[in-house]
Design a protein around this ligand. Structure first.
Ligand code: ATP
Length: 241
């Protein structure tokens, strides 16, 4: 469904953030992208969502396709219309706006009022707290609730592919578990998910496939359960020996 081939990205002249990255995500899978600080995980998501330019990054080689169609030269708004939506790191909800208005902003591109209503219903079913707090300012939500709102807002445009950058960052373990369950549910409803995580334990539990990035290259990839069992992943990312 998502196919990344030979992708290289630079920031400015000197920073090579990705170097010949190949990643395939089948339509029936959640992909986890793992790796340490600066490995290039966020850069990969920015490249797919078309937002690299906002960070002064450029694709210098390779291509990105969704269902066979190239998306690597499109503007971010066009990428969204092709059904690819990202939830960037740090949540970034509109803190002064109500929960409901945040969701509405996510649904502005919907084709019809009926589509918008269906998307809102789906979001409220997944995250009942967003219905309960509809009139409250988003900035008053807890960190976990804000993460839910950020994901809910992305779902308002009914994406085919959802890109999540570190959704578990800074959340209490119980909330991480809830987010994990919701990611599986979103996937079960037919949305392909790419999940970037430093929390490898959570990511490998949720994902079907995984890729490990190391300084801009794919060091390992395969079924998530095989990676979870590998000695290198155990040692480097799961705290094993
Ligand atoms: P983290 O988990 O710390 O966010 P990451 O795996 O997501 O790390 P990236 O943020 O993609 O890594 O960064 C990859 C490399 O590109 C790093 O060397 C980083 O310093 C560099 N980089 C990222 N964004 C920029 C930018 N806007 N300008 C210059 N260099 C950048």
């Amino acid at each position: 469904m998502l196919s990344v081939r030979g992708l290289s990205v630079r920031y400015g002249r000197s920073v090579r953030a990705l170097d010949g990255v190949d990643v395939e995500v089948p339509a029936d899978g959640v992909l986890a992208v793992l790796g340490g600080n600066g490995a290039g995980k966020s850069t990969l998501l920015r490249a797919v969502s078309g937002t690299l330019k906002l960070h002064r990054g450029t694709i210098t080689a390779g291509e990105i396709r969704v269902d066979g169609e190239r998306i690597d030269r499109l503007d971010p708004a066009v990428v969204v219309r092709r059904g690819v939506v990202a939830v960037p790191e740090g949540r970034q909800v509109f803190a002064r706006m109500t929960v409901e208005d945040n969701l509405r902003a996510g649904g502005l591109g919907a084709r019809s009022a009926a589509d918008r209503a269906a998307a809102r219903q789906r979001v409220h079913d997944l995250f009942p707290v967003l219905a309960e707090r509809a009139g409250q300012r988003a900035g008053l939500l807890s960190g976990g609730e804000q993460q839910m709102l950020a994901i809910g807002r992305a779902l308002m445009s009914a994406p085919r592919l959802l890109l999540l950058d570190e959704p578990s960052l800074g959340l209490a373990p119980q909330m991480v578990g809830r987010i994990a369950t919701i990611i599986r549910e979103i996937h079960a409803q037919g949305t392909v998910v790419v999940l970037v995580e430093q929390n490898a334990t959570m990511a490998l539990r949720v994902a079907d496939h995984a890729a490990v990035l190391e300084v801009g290259r794919v060091a390992l990839s395969g079924p998530a359960d095989e990676l979870a069992a590998s000695d290198d992943v155990q040692r480097l990312y799961l705290g094993g020996h």
